[in-house]
Design a protein around this ligand. Structure first.
Ligand SMILES: [Fe+2]
Ligand SMILES: [Fe+2]
Length: 191
């Protein structure tokens, strides 16, 4: 089973990888996404989901931007399966649904699709394109649907190559502290 330490080590070892064709690294993207969640007043669990939503990219051996090669790495499922036994559904579910949330928002929110980056548009096609009306209704009925949409919006914004940023050991210390808080709150045996 993955532990908090494993997640920290993944970012230590692989956090400098480029984020999907964007001007930020995986670590910068994760940190920026969590910062937006914190500024929006999100719960610790949702902040942690924002931090770790793309950690699945670091758990595979695919380098760089898999979508450029027509590959969907299913990173959201990989991450959610690792997060669930440790932190429970409040963290795992928004992560699992963050790709579906994009498909939902493209279908539901006028102008959202045009706001996406080139890589996000490319991966959308690989991920099934905009949701049908039936898929939208199913998605909206999920308990974590709203959190997943909030996470998605932060995800889309967390690609600022100009944002000043602290030393990466300080950033990882923030992640360690947040994981410790979430572990103390997660229901025991929440999987
Ligand atoms: Fe993602
Ligand atoms: Fe992301």
């Amino acid at each position: 089973m993955m532990t908090s330490q494993t997640f920290l080590e993944l970012f230590e070892r692989r956090g400098a990888l480029a984020y999907d064709g964007e001007p930020v690294t995986q670590l910068q993207h994760a940190w920026q996404c969590a910062g937006l969640a914190r500024q929006a007043g999100a719960s610790d669990a949702l902040q942690l989901a924002a931090w770790l939503h793309d950690v699945g990219h670091l758990m595979t051996d695919l380098q760089g931007s898999p979508t450029e090669r027509g590959i969907d790495d299913a990173h959201e499922d990989l991450a959610a399966r690792a997060l669930l036994p440790l932190f429970g559904p409040a963290v795992a579910e928004p992560v699992r649904l963050h790709v579906q949330a994009k498909r939902y928002l493209v279908a539901q929110k006028p102008g959202y699709g045009e706001s996406l980056s080139a890589d996000s548009i490319r991966s959308l096609a690989l991920q099934g394109g905009p949701m049908t009306a039936e898929e939208c209704a199913e998605f909206a009925a999920l308990p974590a649907a709203r959190d997943a949409q909030r996470l998605r919006v932060w995800d889309d914004l967390a690609k600022d190559g100009q944002l000043p940023w602290p030393a990466s050991d300080q950033v990882l210390a923030e992640l360690a502290a947040l994981m410790a808080r979430c572990l103390s709150q997660a229901p025991a045996g929440s999987a």
